[in-house]
Design a binder for this molecule. Structure first.
Ligand code: C2E
Ligand code: CA
Ligand code: CA
Ligand code: CA
Length: 283
């Protein structure tokens, strides 16, 4: 196909503005990407501040576009959510991450190392799917990943829809034996009461707060408060976006459980992650 030039070969309806066209273009491209297996996962380690060992890993979606190269999720997740394509894309991610987690844990078991927890993002849109729990159960069964090794990352937005429905869903997911974590904690607008009412296991402190450690006293106060809140509720707390030694030490001093961030490692392709496992990389 010709590139659209000045006299454009581009398909154009006068009622559509450029933005609508762009969206349509991306939506079609996303559909194709799924059909052509252009999605892949990168993996970012989560490290324990106690012994410095890798204890978990978050799976992060990437789109390997034939012309654009690797496209980061911020550029397509929003649209995938609006169009509903996040549902099949998210299921693909869950399935791949669990299969990968199973393979890595088998290797670790053979080398006398404890299993890793595999963290997978679930979008709010996936929460409106009536068969979500059945699908998660099916993936666990098919891949053989023990439920205790799967951590589902949700955002606070899931508590803003139908609260009863969310409560039932979380209870059913929890009953599978998986771990539930709240992503980007502190950025949502929902009430804190859900932490008591729902079976949450982990809080992930949003990186905007971590970013300003040693810069902004208010953000430091928020970080310390979230850690205290988590521990009072018997939840584990993970700080994301840790980029410096200074941030790391601050979090350690304030008793944060785990960190994730560029300081230890960026999200990397599976082969690079395996390299870290083989080296038994520690903080
Ligand atoms: P997130 O779930 O909050 O993931 C963490 C993001 O922070 C990742 O961006 C990661 O690369 C980035 N990050 C990690 N450490 C650092 C650091 O030290 N500094 C900075 N500046 N950034 C750091 P990424 O991979 O671009 O993903 C962006 C967002 O896209 C994710 O944010 C998540 O909301 C969404 N996403 C990614 N994969 C999936 C998926 O499979 N399903 C769904 N629904 N959303 C996904
Ligand atoms: Ca996440
Ligand atoms: Ca996050
Ligand atoms: Ca700030």
């Amino acid at each position: 196909a010709k590139k659209s030039g000045r006299n454009g070969f581009r398909f154009y309806l006068p009622c559509m503005n450029e933005e609508a066209l762009e969206r349509l273009r991306i939506e079609n491209a996303l559909r194709q990407a799924l059909a052509r297996s252009e999605f892949m996962l990168h993996y970012q380690p989560q490290v324990d501040l106690g012994d410095g060992a890798i204890t978990g890993v978050e799976a992060l979606l990437r789109w390997q576009h034939p012309e654009m190269g690797v496209v980061a999720p911020d550029r397509f997740i929003g649209l995938a959510e609006e169009t509903g394509l996040i549902v099949p894309i998210g299921m693909w991610a869950l399935q791949s991450a669990c299969a990968q987690g199973k393979a890595w844990n088998d290797w670790r078991a053979a080398h006398g190392q404890p299993p890793l927890r595999m963290a997978v993002n679930l979008s709010a849109r996936q929460f409106t799917q009536p068969d979500l729990v059945a699908k998660v159960a099916e993936v666990l069964e098919e891949t053989g990943l023990p439920p205790a090794c799967l951590e589902l990352e949700l955002t606070e937005s899931v508590f803003m829809n139908d609260v009863t429905q969310a409560a039932n869903l979380l209870r059913d997911l929890k009953a599978l034996g998986v771990t539930l974590s709240i992503d980007d904690f502190g950025t949502g607008y929902s009430s804190l009461s859900y932490l008591r009412r729902f079976p949450i296991d982990v809080l992930k402190i949003d990186r905007s707060f971590v970013n300003d450690i040693a810069v902004d006293e208010d953000d430091e106060a928020i970080v310390v408060s979230i850690i205290a809140l988590a521990h009072n509720l018997k939840l584990r707390v993970v700080a994301e976006g840790v980029e410096s030694r200074e941030q790391l030490e601050y979090l350690r001093r304030h008793d944060c459980d785990q960190i994730q961030g560029y300081y230890f490692s960026r999200p990397v392709a599976p082969l690079q992650f395996e390299q870290m496992l083989r080296e038994n990389k520690h903080l």
